[in-house]
Design a protein around this ligand. Structure first.
Ligand SMILES: C[S@@+](CC[C@H](N)C(=O)[O-])C[C@H]1O[C@@H](n2cnc3c(N)ncnc32)[C@H](O)[C@@H]1O
Length: 328
C-alpha cells in the first residue's frame, strides 16, 4: 500500500490544496444555492467513474447518511445539517463539557462547530478552521442563523493551525484528516495546540489492514475520503510518534462490499472480483488520543479569553484534497 502519510513534496501538497480548495469552494457554492449537499458530497460516492467528488443525488450514501440523530439535528439550523459532508459524529462521542474550548479541523459548513458550541455553552468557545473561503462564508451564515455567540471560524490550514500552543481542550474533526497531504503535520499541530490533558476526538475514514493497490485505486472512484485514508495501525503509530497517549480507534460504521458495488455499478469495474478485499476493510471510525499531562477542570472563559488576547491570526496557504489521485 502506498504511503499516504505525506503526499510527496511541498509542491505536491500545494497542488493538492489548490485542487481541494477549488473543489470544496464549488461544493459550498452549490450548497449555498440549493441548500443541500445533495450531488455535492466530496466524501461520498462517485457518479460513475467520473471521479470522487460528484455523488449520486438519488442514492443513499452509506458514508454520509444519517450521522446525526433527531435530537441533535433539532438544535442546529437545517441549512447547517444539510451542508454536512462528514463521515461520523464527533461531538456525540467527544464528551464535551461546559466551559471547554473546542477546535474543529476542516469545519466545512459548520455543523460540528455549532453542535460543539451548544455543548460547551456560553462559558466555552467553539472554533472552526477551514481553508476554503466559500465554506467559511457558508459556516458564518449558519452561525448567524443559529445566533451563536461563542463560535469563531478561522481561515487557515490544519497542517499549520493558527492558534497558540496549549490553548484548546478538545480537537474534533469530521472526515478531513484523510484529505491532508501531510497527516503527520496535522497530528503534530493538534498536539501543540491542545492543553496538557487535552483530547483528540476525531471521526475519519480509516483502512483496516493491507489493501491491494488496485483495490485502493478502485475505491478512490467510490469515495474521495478513501484515497488518502490512513491504515488503522499507521494512524495509531503516527499519533504516538507526535506524543499522544491513550490512543484508540473505534469503528463507527464499517463499509460493506455491497455498499461499494451499489455505487460502482455504472463504472464498469468488476466489484465481485474485489469483494473480499473491500468487505469490512474501509470504515468510518472514531479516533481518540490524549495529550499527556494533568487535565484541569475547564477553565471556563479563561481559555477563550486567552485566545482572544493572543489573537487568532489568519493563515493563508493551502490544504489537501480528496486524495492525490482524484478530484482532478
Ligand atoms: C469532507 S469536508 C468536511 C466538512 C465538515 N467537517 C463536515 O463534516 O461537514 C472537508 C472540509 O475540510 C476542508 N479542508 C480540507 N483539507 C483542509 C486543510 N488541509 N486545511 C483546512 N481545511 C481543509 C475543506 O475545505 C472542507 O470544507
Amino acid at each position: 500500500m502506498r504511503d499516504v502519510t505525506t503526499a510527496g513534496g511541498d509542491s505536491t501538497i500545494d497542488s493538492l490544496r489548490t485542487t481541494v480548495r477549488a473543489r470544496y469552494g464549488a461544493v459550498a457554492t452549490r450548497v449555498a444555492e440549493s441548500g443541500s449537499t445533495a450531488g455535492a458530497s466530496c466524501c461520498g460516492p462517485a457518479s460513475g467513474s467520473s471521479g470522487c467528488c460528484g455523488s449520486s443525488t438519488e442514492s443513499w450514501d452509506p458514508i454520509t447518511a444519517n450521522l446525526y440523530d433527531e435530537g441533535q439535528a433539532a438544535g442546529v439550523p437545517a441549512e447547517a445539517l444539510l451542508a454536512s459532508l462528514g463521515c461520523g459524529n464527533p461531538t456525540a462521542l467527544a464528551d464535551l463539557q461546559p466551559g471547554e474550548v473546542v477546535l474543529d479541523l476542516g469545519s466545512g459548513g459548520g455543523i460540528d462547530v455549532l453542535l460543539s458550541a451548544k455543548r460547551v455553552g456560553p462559558t466555552g468557545k467553539a472554533y472552526g478552521l477551514d481553508m476554503t473561503d466559500e465554506m467559511l462564508a457558508l459556516a458564518n451564515e449558519n452561525k448567524a442563523r443559529a445566533g451563536a455567540t461563542n463560535v469563531e471560524f478561522l481561515r487557515g490550514h490544519i497542517e499549520s493551525i493558527p492558534l497558540p500552543s496549549n490553548t484548546v481542550d478538545v480537537i474534533i474533526s469530521n472526515c478531513v484528516v484523510n484529505l491532508s497531504g501531510d497527516k503527520r503535520a496535522v497530528l503534530a499541530e493538534s498536539f501543540r495546540v491542545l492543553k496538557p490533558g487535552g483530547r483528540f476526538a476525531v471521526s475519519d475514514v480509516v483502512v483496516r489492514g493491507a489493501v491491494p493497490a488496485e483495490v485502493q485505486r478502485n475505491m478512490e472512484l467510490w469515495v474521495g475520503c478513501v484515497a488518502g485514508a490512513l491504515e488503522e495501525q499507521e494512524f495509531i503509530g503516527l499519533l504516538r510518534e507526535v506524543g499522544f497517549e491513550g490512543v484508540s480507534i473505534e469503528p463507527t460504521r464499517i463499509y460493506k462490499a455491497e455498499d461499494a458495488a451499489a455505487f460502482l455499478s455504472g463504472s464498469g469495474l468488476d466489484i465481485a472480483q474485489f469483494a473480499a478485499d473491500i468487505d469490512g476493510r474501509f470504515m468510518g471510525a472514531f479516533v481518540r488520543a490524549t495529550k499527556p499531562g494533568a487535565a484541569g477542570a475547564p477553565r471556563v472563559a479563561t481559555a477563550a479569553r486567552a485566545l482572544e488576547t493572543l489573537g487568532t491570526p489568519a493563515v493563508d496557504g493551502a490544504a489537501a484534497c480528496c486524495g492525490p489521485d482524484c478530484c482532478s
